[in-house]
Design a protein around this ligand. Structure first.
Ligand SMILES: Cc1cc2nc3c(=O)[nH]c(=O)nc-3n(C[C@H](O)[C@H](O)[C@H](O)COP(=O)(O)OP(=O)(O)OC[C@H]3O[C@@H](n4cnc5c(N)ncnc54)[C@H](O)[C@@H]3O)c2cc1C
Length: 391
């Protein structure tokens, strides 16, 4: 008998799950609390481990139309602007890992996934239907939406983000908390910027208790900038994004090199994202709970310092679809197989992202050692083979 699959959340993880399941011939029902599918104006980097999956799902042409494929990543000192190290991307990444390195707007990735889900015709996406309650027994899982509609199925996949409501029913102890890190994000048209501030590569600036990342998106027409600083929780840490005041950000960057300050000044509209997280995964028991499994940020939110949160959600989706299609016929066992397959890699990425934060934001002697090592070892430090090779 065909398995009935419910998905909570139509973010990047939820849509990737619907698409991956559809590719394996499985129909899904997706419940999304937003009335309209929309993504904020921000960017994502996607490593070759992620592009490999997206292209295997037939999305190459759609990605080519909107993504950028930068030729290199440059690391600079936020204090002096000096180049500390370079990692060639472009053809070298393809040669080494068999897939490309991309940067793109979140809205474009979301749209590419949503269109593919619609074209495939294997998923029904129900907008404006927030999941309010979930329960399960030996025979089925039941979902109740806020407007009191009930759905029964074999399994439920919770892809409802860092503030996952479904997770509250399964891991009461796992409450997302502010990490002490804040992301300021802005985008500008490259054509509106002076020539000297335009860019077609990924640039990372490292400074005391901060770093900044800049890369092109929307086929190179826009430049995305993120400045990550350490600071106090804003009043509403749960608000995913808030308006930010550029002068406050510039105050935090008063010790930074002029070239970085100019980049911040050149962008008018800044948004602030308080970064929130959970303790890292400890085992498969943190991802699978009988007929319910967690996926993406609902399971393993992480600091964006390895640029892999969406990537891990997409990898989760591929693994889940495979376990549901080719794994044990028992529903709970199939979800357990998914959790066993995924938890360790997700925990490793969570830990590495956190470690990157300490290295990126280092001060004093540690910062000096980092900068020196970057100059000597360059790409050997910046490349991450265990990650980019895929699971
Ligand atoms: C500053 C920053 C930079 C980042 N950069 C990168 C990067 O370069 N590369 C990368 O791979 N990742 C990056 N990430 C991480 C990435 O954005 C997330 O990991 C990714 O969006 C997680 O996707 P998700 O689908 O799990 O969750 P979300 O995108 O949060 O989606 C969850 C969905 O569930 C819905 N929902 C919530 N509650 C309910 C409910 N009760 N019922 C129904 N629906 C519900 C929400 O409306 C939303 O649509 C970055 C994150 C930040 C903050």
């Amino acid at each position: 008998m065909e398995r009935k699959i419910l998905i909570a959340g139509a973010g990047i993880g939820g849509l990737a799950t619907a698409l991956a399941c559809g590719q394996q011939g499985m129909a899904t029902q997706v419940f999304e609390k937003k009335q309209v599918l929309c993504e904020v104006g921000a960017g994502v980097q996607l490593g070759p481990n992620v592009l490999r999956l997206l292209e295997a799902w037939g999305l190459r042409a759609a990605l080519d139309a909107v993504a950028c494929f930068p030729q290199r990543l440059e690391v600079r000192s936020a204090l002096t602007g000096a180049l500390l190290g370079t990692l060639p991307l472009g053809a070298r990444v393809v040669q080494r890992y068999g897939a490309r390195y991309a940067t793109m707007a979140r809205v474009d990735l979301h749209t590419v996934l949503h269109r593919a889900v619609q074209a495939q015709g294997m998923a029904q996406v129900h907008l404006g239907q927030a999941v309010a309650r979930v329960s399960q027994d030996g025979n089925a899982v039941e979902l109740l939406t806020e407007d009191q509609r009930k759905r029964r199925a074999n399994v439920l996949i919770a892809a409802d983000g860092v503030w996952s409501h479904v997770r509250d029913f399964l891991r009461r102890e796992a409450q997302a908390r502010f990490t002490g890190h804040l992301a300021y994000r802005a985008m500008a048209k490259q054509s509106d910027l002076p020539e000297s501030l335009r860019s077609d590569c990924v640039t990372v600036w490292l400074g005391p208790s901060m770093h900044a990342v800049q890369y092109p998106v929307q086929a190179g027409s826009m430049l995305n900038t993120v400045v990550l600083v350490e600071g106090a929780a804003p009043e509403h840490a749960q608000a995913w994004e808030q308006n930010a005041v550029r002068s406050e950000l510039l105050e935090q960057l008063s010790g930074a090199h002029g070239s970085l300050q100019d980049r911040v000044r050149s962008m008018a509209q800044w948004r602030l994202w308080p970064l929130c997280g959970l303790p890292h995964l400890r085992g498969p028991q943190d991802m699978a709970f009988g007929r319910i499994a967690l996926l993406g940020d609902a399971a393993h939110p992480m600091l964006p310092y390895l640029a892999q949160g969406a990537g891990m959600a997409i990898e989760d989706a591929a693994a889940l679809a495979q376990c549901l299609q080719q794994g044990p016929s028992d529903d709970a066992q199939a979800l357990l197989a998914y959790a066993q397959k995924r938890w360790h890699r997700n925990a490793r990425v969570q830990a590495r992202a956190q470690r990157n934060g300490k290295i990126f934001h280092a001060t004093g002697l540690t910062a000096w050692a980092r900068d020196t090592a970057m100059g000597v070892l360059g790409r050997r430090i910046l490349d991450v083979p265990w990650l980019y090779q895929g699971p």
